[in-house]
Design a binder for this molecule. Sequence first.
Ligand code: PLP
Length: 390
Amino acid sequence: MEEAKRIKQLPPYLFARIEKTIEKAKAEGVDVISLGIGDPDRPTPGHIIDKLCEQAHNPENHRYPSSVGMLKYRDSVAQYYKERFGVDLDPKSEVVTLIGSKEGIAHISLCYLDPGDVALIPDPGYPVYGIGALLAGAESYAMPLKAENGFLPDLDAIPEEIAQKAKLMFINYPNNPTGAIANDDFYRKVIEFARKYDVIVCHDAAYQEIAFDGYRPPSFLEYPGAKDVGIEFGSLSKSFNMTGWRIAWAVGNSRVVEALGRIKSNIDSGAFQAVQYAGIAALSGPQDCPAEMSEVYKERAKIVIDGLNSMGWNLDMPKATIYLWVPVPKGYTSISFAEMVFAKSGVVITPGNGYGEYGEGFFRIALTVEKERIEEAIGRFKKSIGPLEF
Ligand code: PLP
């Protein structure tokens, strides 16, 4: 049963490893607090669940769905883009339903990358960008996200021969894992770069609705020319606490959207229609959930930041996402710090190098546990992991 080279090359999925560590410690009686995985802890709003239940009873929804999604769902995505971003989308040709944005992010590489091609990926970054390229037999080129550049890639630093070979560029703002946001100037530069080198931009906007202090993350598609060069992935997972439902979209350039739909029609058969109806309820119903969750994450972020700053860190509040990206103290690597923290406090943090080489020197905290547990985690840090040098 010799496995194919492509699967043998897959690195162990970071979170699978973390889950194993947690299970082992729990079995040994440790009261583990996991700040490791970015999976919203609050339930999906009731009106969305009700819509699923109602539609699950309809036999019409028990049959194969369309692989590109119901027009009604795609229509509600288009409506949301119009109202939220002022972006016009043709629901028939510029929107495709996804079974979670992870699915689309992985499949887009199969649409555009052949061996010898290059995908430009952010480092640190969501691991699926590079994995998709690897499964397509292509190469990834890491665009470093450095603190001194506000965790934006420096497009001028991409070597000419790499830019020539690049077919896809993944970008992601608000950003996982750094919590950074992008400015107008950056998006304009990305579009210019994409035009010059004939690169398809894939903007991952999974955290588009989780933002603080009045900041409203833009859509990539708001920028002139964006639709000519790329697509945006969006998802209900984080905005409406729906990670388990697997419902998302890709929108933008009609040729790219069509190619993604073509791959999907040959691999999966689309999202359960009752879930798409629930998605419509999320997009077209009350928008309280993302606003409330943003407040919840902001409060949690403040507790962590105040706690860590009182231990010697010097962190600012992020503007968006459910993550904090924190430098490790002197004398530690990302891994050695995360291991020490777990051993001494039972708190799981994610070592930054799990998101790529340039994540070394950082760790990520996911704000997806209740405030009391976050306070408990900070209390344990103060008791057990100091003194630290910076
Ligand atoms: N993109 C980023 C940056 C993420 O962090 C995640 C999930 O954590 C996803 C995409 C995938 O989200 P989903 O497949 O649930 O839509």
